[in-house]
Design a protein around this ligand. Sequence first.
Ligand SMILES: C[S@@+](CC[C@H](N)C(=O)[O-])C[C@H]1O[C@@H](n2cnc3c(N)ncnc32)[C@H](O)[C@@H]1O
Length: 223
Amino acid sequence: MSEDKNPQKVQSMFDDVSSYYDFVNNFISFGMHYFLRYLAIRELKIEARSNVLDTCCGTGDFVKIIKRLSPKTKVIGLDFSPNMVKLAKQKNPKGTFIVGDCTNLPFGEGEFDYVTNGFGLRNIENGSKALDEINRVLKKGGKFLHMDFGYHNIFWSILDWVVPVLIRVLGKDPDAYGYLIKTKKEFPEPDELVKKMEEHGFRCVKVCNYIFGTISAQIVEKL
Ligand SMILES: C[S@@+](CC[C@H](N)C(=O)[O-])C[C@H]1O[C@@H](n2cnc3c(N)ncnc32)[C@H](O)[C@@H]1O
């Protein structure tokens, strides 16, 4: 049976794990996740003074990196978990963050030059609606960067063993991280994902693979 991604359930799950979300990310990636995000965002080559929306911003790492790479850029982080947004604000005191739903973005057509989404799309029940919304708020020729687990390879399978053990050792919520493993398995591999994006009005610019494709970032452009 496919994983239940009921939005209320997903939202409250992320609210619940927010306090140790960064810690687990650092642990399971051996501290590499921030650097990999940096490499992927750098590929966007964000122009100065552009408008960027980071959807499913979580605790704000993407926003932090975007501001570091392009200080004159205006970035908004959006997430539907109030606790995640609160932490994002603490980590980026000067940043702009809003609580909002990726499947119903509170912005007009063509407001952004770039939209990013890190490890978020996989958690959205109606991913097609989210892609349509991202396409809508982008300018023509604007770019969308999506990053998540990539090809279902051996490194990727190791996580299936490491994560449950870690969660048990830490005494944290095993359901939330069982959910991570299930959604990761069900989520399309990068090539299939790019095809899906193409069905939603994008053309592929670049696919960047890290750690033998265990993590992948796709950059697509609005037609
Ligand atoms: C795995 S976290 C990723 C957070 C962050 N982008 C990162 O790279 O660490 C997924 C995030 O997506 C958010 N999310 C899931 N569905 C959403 C939706 N429909 N609208 C807005 N945020 C959503 C969750 O609240 C959570 O913070």
